[in-house]
Write a protein that binds this ligand. Sequence first.
Ligand SMILES: *Cc1c(COP(=O)(O)O)cnc(C)c1O
Length: 408
Amino acid sequence: MSRDYVSHLECSYTGEIIEKGTPHTLSSVGKPILVKYDLDSIRKDVSRETIENSKELGFWRYAPLLPVSEPENRVSLGEVITPLIELFGSLSHLKSKPECVLVKDESRLPTGSFKARGLGLAVSMAKEFGFDQLAIPTNGNAGSALAAYAARAGMKSTVLCPDNTPIINTSETLAQGGDTFLVNGLIGDCGKIIGEGKESIGWFAVSTLKEPYRIEGKKTMGLELAEQLGWDLPDVIFYPTGGGTGLIGMWKAFHELLELGWIDCKLPRMVAVQSTGCAPIVKAWQDGVEHAEFWQNAKTEASGIRVPAAIGDFLILRAVRESNGFAIAVNDEHIMRSRDMIGKADGLLLCPEGAATFAAYEVALEQGLVSPSEKVVLFNTATGLKYPLPKVSKKLDKNMPFNPSFFR
Ligand SMILES: *Cc1c(COP(=O)(O)O)cnc(C)c1O
């Protein structure tokens, strides 16, 4: 099958219709562009069973709901359906007894983070448009995902990182072929440099929400969740929110599924989780405003959600409000304590961003924002192995007689 079901593109703010088939960045008013599908045709040609019987790897099983038209342009590194893992031990200390808390473990995707979904799609679209050079400004996981997928597609990738980006992220990017630069500035400064080179180098620039396709990749988290739960959805989703691509993407996915008639359940309440060290969306939600203010001196160990300004802020806030959800911030001490606890109690080494969703769930339960009977999904967005881990301090002397009291 060589076709796509994209009907057109649309400005997410004004609804202005934009023609498909050519590369785009932001809309004429400087807002993100969304991809729209001919859902009537999809409904006629494709069914839930078609999807369930698909032999495609991971998120490519949702190809009819994705913008890539030529199957040979799908760039793949062996994507998987990420598991939903129920928490048990981690819940035992809670006063109220939650009925069902699931972790959607995105760490198992190529490059160890869910950025693989968005960048896999963006690189595939770049291939479809005939680009061979891609560029991205990034704080971390997006850079390595771009580098890996670009390498796989035989394209060149240029990755500009603020010089305080965690070394593991810049190194993994370099190791997967990304031409990686440290910039003495913030992510916005990196984006500006890429903007200046777009014409002369011919870059396909893939900044968060500044092209229409990464969100389509992240959307597959919502599609996958629905299929995994038997075409049903949880009551509440806790999502670690930086640029918000995943939250916006899932909300978009749920509406497409509703319109297709593939689900008929109540939509989940969407909860945007941030760190108290960088919580612009939480502040905007509390203030009841449409756009978030720039967050000065953003600081958190959860680097994936260290995003002081999100261009899709109004879309995040819209999804949170429409879904009757909320936005909530937790401090880094609580985040790291949750990470350590879940590793020990359930054998799951979450990333700090993923651990933040647990910390937020804990606070929300206490405050009565969620009830223990609600089915909850927490998103673990990357592998915990990419972050600083506790050091082993206990020593054992091989020459000393065995002492059982050490090990009891
Ligand atoms: C990018 C990132 C996030 C934030 O994702 P958005 O969809 O842009 O909000 C969260 N966690 C990790 C590990 C990330 O790399």
